[in-house]
Write a protein of this length. Structure first.
Length: 123
């Protein structure tokens, strides 16, 4: 049986290509999201196997320094999304000159478990 995982089902962070998350021939665990019995299409999710927001957030604490990957710079310059883990993204204040995919050092200013948000400062 063959299934399909859409790019948005590979990562919480917005990625441009599946190769940013997976390699050809790599064995991975996936979750079956749906099966269309009429067409036989199987829809899969990889990101659901990477842990919940809460599980990933537990790896970090306020005041901690970490490495992250720039995943999206907001077009209106409100902030920059930084991937801390494949299933945890935080936002830092906009900083000129950062590019998609760049690794940056960040300081964790706040982890808001209720709103599921992480505020970061690029250092």
């Amino acid at each position: 049986m063959v299934g399909l995982a859409h790019i948005e089902d590979l990562s919480i962070a917005r990625i441009k290509t599946p190769s940013e998350r997976l390699k050809i021939g790599q064995k991975v665990e996936v979750v079956v999201k749906s099966i269309d019995r009429r067409t036989g299409k199987v829809i899969l999710s990889y990101k659901e196997t990477l842990g919940s927001w809460e599980e990933n957030a537990k790896m970090f604490t306020t005041g901690m320094k970490a490495k992250g990957i720039v995943r999206e710079t907001e077009k209106n310059k409100n902030g920059i999304f930084i991937e801390l883990t494949p299933n945890l993204v935080g936002m830092a204040e906009y900083e000129e000159g950062l590019q998609y995919g760049q690794t940056v050092d960040v300081y964790i200013k706040k982890i808001d478990n209720q709103r599921k948000k992480v505020k970061l400062l690029i250092v």
